[in-house]
Write a protein that binds this ligand. Sequence first.
Ligand code: HEC
Length: 476
Amino acid sequence: MDFPIFHLDFIGDRLLIAMIAILHVLINHGLAVGLVPIVAYMELIGLKHPEWDTLAYKIMFVGFIITTTVGALTGVGIWLSASLINPYSIGSLIRVFYGAWFVEWMVFVTEVILIMIYFLTWKKRKANQKPVDELITKGRHVMIGYFLAVFSWITMAIIVAILGFMMDPGNWNNDKQFWNGFANPMYVPQLTFRTFLAYTTGGVISLCLTMFFTKKDTEIRIKAVRFLSKWIFTFLPLTLIGGYWYYTMIPQGMTDNMSVALGTQQFQSYYDSLILILCGALGAVLVIVGVAYLYPKYTPHKLAFFIPVLLMFALLGYFERVREFIRKPYVIGGYMYSNAVRVSDYPLLNKDGILKHSSFVSTKKVTEENQVKAGKNVFLIACSRCHTTGGVNSLVTKFDDMYGNSGEPWNAGAMKAYISNMHMSRYFMPPFPGNDKEMEALIAYLKDLQFNPAPAEGAQTIGITTEQEITSTSNH
Ligand code: HEC
């Protein structure tokens, strides 16, 4: 444990990564992967019918602006937030996927260059070109669109291998072979599901944009709506089939987390209704798109077409939350827990303690005098990736709820019994990683918080160790 700890006590560390990553996924799947093949196909039809070309260009304008700004920024943002909060798991993933990430970077750079060329040369014409030559130039341009679609898909395909690996590394845990990790059991089902999901989302976004970029009752609107609804009707059922296949591949222990993943502990009894809501959302998308298909002339107000987009975004975001949650207590299945401690390091840490093996803590050992301070360090190492002290998923609230919120000081013995076994009763939590003294220090810190709440800001207490503290710890 040789990195400083970064901790946001209000929104919690998990939410910081989630907000950036989910925004990125919406843009990547919806626009980069899903929208580009549609635009390229529309441009192809535009070779004969110029009004398709105009519409394709306008849709691509939106895709281009968003992917090259917010899309690119959030992509870097995932690296920033994930390596701030869990540099250990990023480190392990880089060790395994070193070559794959290198290739992904090359493909990504190509993708960026292609999107620049594709959008910026759309309207370029040579002076006095013959119509035949113009058609050839345009045909080449369409090809660039298709190449862009393929490259966008490949970057997703590489990253999905890593996401699948984090859920279930398969045989890699035994033989540590790269290809076993890459072609993990979740890989193909997840890639299939995400590909169809991306195409559906791209279709829904294009449909919405078409309503804004075409006029009522024009031929182009009617034809484009027909084409896009057929596209959505093709890929939505495939998404459901891919999703089901993916679901059946989720390892047994993880499906046990499903009810909490979908609705948090408080709402887990609503599990069945949540599944109904999910199906209802997909049904609503089908109805709106269906009406547009059957009655292209009487389409509802264009704002109504935002509803399928928002529903698809909600589904995609929700899916990401569930995927991230059911993997718990692991960040890399069977290899590293979400608290960033490797499974194989537990015996040593349970004996020696976690503080002794942490480079950036202000207390290397629990003593009578430093109990509360050491306990805070233990909290930051063992619990802060998932809990705060006073914000989202706050431990003060959790213990208050558990002990009836009576205002009585919590019972240290009961807390110790709970923490020693928390991974058995709540399988989404890893076991406590430290030794006995550290568990007592953690309890002392939490009991202190019960009456003196103070946010635990990571960098202030741990990241930047004061000089005096360095001298005192180096004496050990
Ligand atoms: C991998 C993430 C993770 C880690 C690490 C973690 N927890 Fe939790 N913990 C959770 C989640 C998720 C919940 C349930 C939140 C909800 O839905 O209510 C929870 C719930 C709890 C509860 C309430 C349990 C109940 O039955 O209501 C307590 C108490 C708790 N955690 C204590 C701790 C302590 C102490 C630590 C550190 C030693 C810790 N947790 C580490 C994820 C984690």
